[in-house]
Write a protein of this length. Structure first.
Lengths: 163, 795, 315
């Protein structure tokens, strides 16, 4: 069928929808759910702007069909943002000036989130390797690396430990 | 005394941009909006014989279709920047001829983008292919196929400029170095693509555009003229913009949306997809520069002669910019007394060119800095020494170059020396020698450049022969609201430069507030933001022109606050100062009035105002950069107005076996005068430098001989990732401009200008023993490998 | 990669063109797929039944969805097999080898202790595939079925002498990997067959090496070589050298292999083998590299891969 029923969880909330078969997860999140924090930069899986977390792992939401997400748990940048404030990563991005236009930031944060969950003490080389799949046209990456490094240190030092 | 200007304040806009709460164009949903897609020519050059869109119109979900013929009937041609001997009408869609692969020929508005793309497949177009024009030098030849037969040539502009005794200098020189350099097509490709939403209000006969266009002043003029509607009935709104770098301008797309919106009776949204963006929006000109340096035996360069062929693609709207900007900056940081410059601005059947970051200066700097490197080699001089010998010196500032640019301040020798020191030049030369002995190919490259800011539109008179626009100006507004908080707006829409924070810093200093107290309007809205034809985000003008507008408005409000306070406190205005959100009496602690209270007087309790003082606490101010001048009778002109400078030192290693170039270090020492926000400034230097590194090693829009773009996706057009570039090490000097309101200079283009030359010089240095000469970019592994195999072919 | 995709007979014949760039530009303006039906298969039988007619398997989607978005492929139906149970395990084989389910993600190959122990070459190859987000979804089976000649896993698996298990209407069949790749982006899979698993024979005592050159980390390789060598320092008894990015499919460098078998693991062995490497591949030219340069890279990378493989032989 060209319309597919799908049930999933997005940022902790249950979602039931009927989606066109060809609708990408990125367009579904943005246009159907109004979660416009995730951005679309290329629609062929290279730039990483659309990166979100599905079942805890980063994915290119432009390369997933919404129809595929039955039973899945999706986290977007909105879900990575604590109520009324900034996460440790987001605060570090602001402090280190790790964004200029901000268009790559949601994807960068998802990628950084996955990195720090697996590797709480990444080297600068580890960080560059992790974000190599996220293009930024503005910052030249220098401050993004610094921000992730700073966030990692703060998380290690804190008791909460959530990026 | 400034408390906020000069502070490395984290940005206010990051609170929303890090949390997914930005509002970019595609996030804007206008009620009932339709989505447009464009049918584009598969041929680089062809006659459009027939176009039948009837099947597309019948597809369910399609609400409007627009063909070129219909666009021509419903709109006026888009005015080109330079008048041509015969009219070359250029509508928002191609009518009877297509002149680049990817040129739009029809458009569809449908319920969603996918349906619109389905509809495109149902449009039948019959093309009669014509010979493509791909190489700019071939395009110059009399036997070349022509994009416009009525023009009789592909040359949009050709001129020769000479300043000083060029012939005499060449004749009397000890030697002449001649070399030809080439640059590839590339672009800064902002991550967000370009687009617009157009809405038509039939009741008001008025249009509203949401767009990420970076030149609202220019675009509103074109829209009004092409739609045949007064500017008063146009509204243009710019939300958050995901990067611009000169790319975000294509009035034709706004017109297409407008015409579709009128036909459909609903708003129409169009965003380029990435393929359209890479193939059809804007490429920096590729081209060829023949450079001749006349020099004395001691290395002093006495004259420069350049023949410059710029490939503009099919660009009628804004060609010749690259040539003009190169002319204005051609002597770079050097004291060269005589200059000749021959410019060709050439049409080809390729993607239109445009004001991509640097607008020709990266190529100019590549050519000049490469020529200096070659001269150093020829004279067996250290390349740093050669430059130091030729720089304009600090004590000569302000210094006027032969074409008329005025370098306002700066110490170019000190900048280079600091860069060499930060780089540890002597240490790395020694390391290089040791590496050479081990057979490793380490290379060190130096490149330095001026970085101009603010464009004087009068310079276009050199091309057009008349003055339609001139100067550099911007407008701003500062308003204390009735509740005492402050709002500001700027006619220049931000695209990542942090204007909301820097403007707040400036206003906070003037009004005795904190930046948190000042809300700067996001983006641009022509119905509320003050703006001029000259308004927009281009040529680095924020720090040198826009700040004047902000200061003017802030100071007008400051002075009014002081007048109201002085009246209410019954003291002299001179005794009133603003601090900590209050107007205070100097030397009398405790005597003061909160800004909030003054606002109450200004807006509500107006009988309390000083006699003759009108109500309100709002000022709009437009500032003209006083450095702009008309073109001189001798054809000199200040085409750009304020000059930063920088020195780059680059360390590379070449893998002998594969030719792969690895960037090991990149040091930048720059001087942009007073840094309004050092955190933002440093970020600009990082980012602009990486643009240059991408151009040096990875990025190339390659066309085949039939005019087809071969590098049409992000899989083939390669942008630098975090693994491709090193940490950019930055240090600064600070020589304020004597001529700008805050002493600040431009910083937005910076690194993109000298970085390609630095990498090229480093690669050539690494291959020094082979005698290879680097004449073009990008330096792909295969190209370098071929030089390693056959160095004699690259000498 | 796109240029090569356009030559494949499996793609929409209306879209194939001699001129790759021309054909790509015909698509400019399309980054939303043409309409298709979607079926979420819950079992292998359901998936096989749904492949009836013009259908394509959706596994990781990292190669397929870009092609769909660009309308380079236009199947009538997508059969999503991600929910088919039993295809995503890595299991030890009694003979010392490895069974890898077709739906095992690249990321899981990298982190699997079994893969590290029994086929570390596979993990080394997987590390070069794209970036993390791509590896999280992309599957081994998908990589084989897509058969991109510049892909890492097909070459590594060929060097490991792997075989594949293929499910069809009439049951399962097995075939050596060499029989799977028959041309550019073309496998011998019938349109109604599904690759379900990969069988890797015992290789724990083999030395292995892997080398590639890409323009950027994570890009498709310009060229690469996977090497597996068996034996001891005195005598190599078996060698498999497979080049990728160097032909229309991963290709055995047999002349180079012959230069290794029977020889001692000397310092010159790798260079001598590498000198023979270009004989067996026919690279082509594209925007990123010429055939000549690719042939050169095959030699350089073969030397690296063989040196590493020989260096990993048991003492």
């Amino acid at each position: 069928m060209n319309e597919v029923a799908v049930r999933l969880r997005v940022n902790g909330r249950d979602v039931r929808a009927s989606v066109a078969a060809r609708r990408s997860l990125a367009d579904f999140l943005r246009d159907d759910l109004g979660l416009t924090g995730t951005h679309v930069g290329c629609e062929h899986g290279v730039c990483g702007a659309c990166t979100v977390l599905v079942d805890g792992r980063t994915v290119r939401s432009c390369l997933l069909l919404a129809a595929q997400l039955e039973g899945a748990e999706v986290t977007t940048v909105e879900g990575l943002t604590p109520a009324g404030g900034l996460s440790v990563l987001q605060a570090a991005f602001q402090e280190c000036h790790a964004l200029q236009c901000g268009f790559c930031t949601a994807g960068m944060l998802a990628t950084a989130h996955e990195l720090l969950a697996e590797n709480p003490a990444p080297t600068r080389a580890d960080i560059r390797d992790a974000i190599a799949g996220n293009l930024c046209m503005c910052t030249g990456y220098v401050n993004i690396v610094r921000a992730i490094e700073l966030a990692a240190r703060r998380l290690r030092e804190s008791t909460a430990g959530r990026p | 005394m400034s408390r906020w200007v000069g502070a490395p304040l984290p940005r206010k806009e990051d609170a929303r941009l890090t949390t997914g709460r930005g509002l970019y164009l595609d996030d804007v949903a206008r009620a009932g909006q339709l989505h447009a897609a464009m049918l584009r020519s598969p041929h680089a050059h062809a006659r459009v014989v027939a176009l039948d869109a009837s099947a597309a119109t019948r597809l369910p979900g399609v609400h409007a279709v627009l063909t070129g013929a219909e666009a021509a009937a419903a709109s006026r041609p888009i005015r080109p920047l330079i008048p041509t001997p015969v009219p070359l009408p250029d509508w928002c869609l191609a009518v009877d001829r297509v002149r680049y692969a990817g040129e739009p020929v029809a458009a569809v508005a449908a319920v969603d983008r996918a349906t619109a793309e389905d509809a495109l497949e149902r449009i039948r177009v019959e093309y009669e292919p014509l010979p493509p024009v791909v190489d700019p030098e071939a395009a110059l030849r009399p036997d070349s196929p022509l994009l416009y037969s009525e023009l009789g040539t592909n040359v949009l502009w050709h001129d020769v400029f000479a300043y000083g005794d060029v012939e005499g200098a060449f004749a009397g020189a000890d030697g002449v170095l001649r070399e030809r350099f080439a640059i590839q097509r590339y672009a800064s490709t902002p991550l967000e693509t370009f687009g617009a939403i157009a809405e038509y209000d039939a009741g008001l006969d008025a249009y509203t555009f949401w767009t990420n266009d970076q030149r609202p002043g220019l675009t509103l003029a074109i829209l009004a003229e092409s739609l045949g509607i007064p500017q008063a009935r146009l509204r243009l709104v710019t939300p958050d913009v995901g990067g611009a770098f000169g790319n975000k301008r294509r009035p034709a797309y706004l017109l297409v949306c407008a015409l579709l919106a009128r036909r459909a009776g609903r708003p129409v949204k169009y965003l380029e997809d990435r393929l359209e963006n890479l193939g059809a929006l804007m490429h920096a000109c590729n081209g060829v520069m023949d450079v001749e340096l006349a020099y004395r035996a001691d290395g002093t360069v006495v004259a420069l002669r350049v023949r410059d062929v710029a490939d503009e693609g099919k660009n009628l709207v804004s060609p010749t910019q690259h040539n003009l900007i190169k002319l204005g900056n051609i002597v770079n940081g050097y004291r060269i007394g005589a200059v000749a410059y021959e410019a060709y601005s050439v049409l080809t059947t390729k993607c239109p060119s445009g004001a991509n970051r640097g607008i020709g200066k990266p190529f100019m700097c590549f050519a000049v800095e490469r020529a200096m490197a070659l001269l150093a080699r020829r004279l067996a001089m250290d390349p740093a020494e050669l430059r130091l010998r030729n720089y304009v010196r600090a004590e000569e500032m302000p210094y006027t170059t032969p074409p008329g640019a005025q370098y306002d301040s700066g110490d170019y020798p000190a900048t280079l020396r600091r860069a060499l020191e930060r780089f540890d030049y002597a240490g790395w030369r020694a390391a290089q020698a040791r590496a050479r002995a081990e057979g490793r190919l380490l290379g060190i490259g130096i490149a330095t450049s001026v970085e101009p800011a603010g464009t004087n539109l009068a310079s276009y008179e050199l091309i057009t022969g008349r003055r339609a626009a001139s100067g550099s100006a911007e407008a701003a507004m500062v308003r204390v609201e009735p509740d005492g908080r402050v709002r500001a707006a700027l006619g220049d829409p931000a695209s990542g430069q942090g204007y909301e924070t820097v403007v707040a810093q400036i206003v906070a200093d003037e009004l005795g507030l904190t930046p948190a107290d000042v809300d700067v309007e996001r983006g641009f809205d022509s119905s509320t933001t003050p703006w001029l034809y000259l308004s927009g985000n281009y040529s680095n003008k924020f720090s040198v022109t826009d700040v004047g507008a902000v200061l003017g408005a802030a100071r007008a409000v400051r002075d009014k606050l002081r007048r109201i306070a002085a009246h209410r406190l019954e003291v002299s205005v001179d005794d009133v100062e603003l601090a900590e959100a209050e107007a205070r009496v100097r030397g009398v602690p405790g005597r003061g009035l909160a800004i909030r209270e003054l606002a109450r007087t200004a807006y509500a309790d107006v009988l309390g105002l000083p006699p003759g003082e009108p109500p309100g606490l709002e000022a709009r101010h437009a500032h003209q950069n006083p450095l702009a001048r008309p073109v001189g009778a001798d054809r000199t002109v200040r085409s750009q107005l304020v000059f930063s400078n920088a020195a780059h030192c680059c360390l590379v290693e070449i893998d002998r076996r594969t030719g792969a170039v690895r960037l090991l270090r990149h040091v930048v020492v720059h001087d942009c005068g007073r840094e309004l926000n050092p955190l933002i400034v440093e970020g600009m230097v990082h980012g602009s430098t990486v643009h240059g590194l991408g151009a040096a090693l990875l990025e190339e829009f390659r066309y085949d001989e039939s005019g087809q773009l071969l590098t049409a996706t992000f899989m083939d057009y390669l942008k630098p990732t975090a693994l491709d570039v090193p940490d950019i090490e930055v240090d600064r000097l600070e020589h304020p401009s004597p001529f700008t309101p805050l002493g600040a200079k431009g910083v937005g283009e910076g690194g993109s200008i000298p970085a390609p030359a630095a990498v090229a010089n480093a690669v050539e240095d690494a291959l020094a023993e082979l005698g290879v000469t680097v004449r073009s970019l990008p330096l792909t592994p295969e190209r370098v490998w071929r030089w390693l195999q056959n160095p004699e072919e690259a000498r | 990669m796109i240029a090569q995709a356009l030559e494949s007979p499996h793609l929409d014949p209306r879209r194939r063109g001699r001129d790759a760039g021309h054909a790509v530009v015909q698509r400019a303006g399309a980054l939303k797929p043409a309409p298709f039906e979607y079926v979420r298969a819950r079992s292998l039988d359901e998936a096989l039944a749904a492949l009836d007619g013009d259908g394509k398997i959706l596994a990781g989607g990292q190669s397929l969805v870009p092609l769909l978005n660009m309308r380079l492929v236009r199947p009538a139906r997508l059969v999503d097999i991600n929910a088919v149970p039993g295809l995503d395990a890595v299991r030890a084989r009694p003979d010392g080898g490895l069974d890898v389910g077709a739906l095992v993600r690249h990321t899981d190959l990298l982190t699997s202790p079994l893969v590290q122990a029994r086929a570390p070459l596979l993990a080394a190859a997987a590390a070069h595939v794209g970036h993390r987000a791509i590896r999280n979804r992309g599957t081994v089976g998908g990589s084989l079925a897509h058969a991109d000649p510049a892909a890492e896993l097909p070459a590594a698996l060929l060097a490991l002498d792997a075989g594949v298990v293929v499910a069809g209407r009439t049951g399962h069949r097995r075939l050596p990997l060499a029989e799977l790749f028959v041309g550019l982006l073309t496998t011998s899979l019938a349109p109604d067959e599904i690759l379900t698993g990969i069988e890797i024979p015992e290789a724990r005592a083999d030395g292995w090496g892997f080398a590639e050159l890409a323009r950027r980390a994570g890009d498709f390789a310009i060229a690469g070589v996977a090497a597996v060598v068996r034996g001891g320092p005195d005598r190599c008894t078996r060698a498999r050298l497979v080049a990728f990015g160097a032909d229309d499919r991963p290709v055995r460098l047999r002349a180079a292999e012959d230069a290794i078998v029977g020889r001692a693991a000397s310092a010159e062995l790798a260079a001598r083998a590498a000198a023979e490497a270009p004989r067996d591949c026919r690279p082509s030219s594209d925007v990123h590299a010429s055939a000549e340069y690719r042939a050169h890279l095959v030699r350089v990378l073969a030397e690296d891969a063989v040196r590493d493989a020989v260096g990993r032989l048991p003492a």
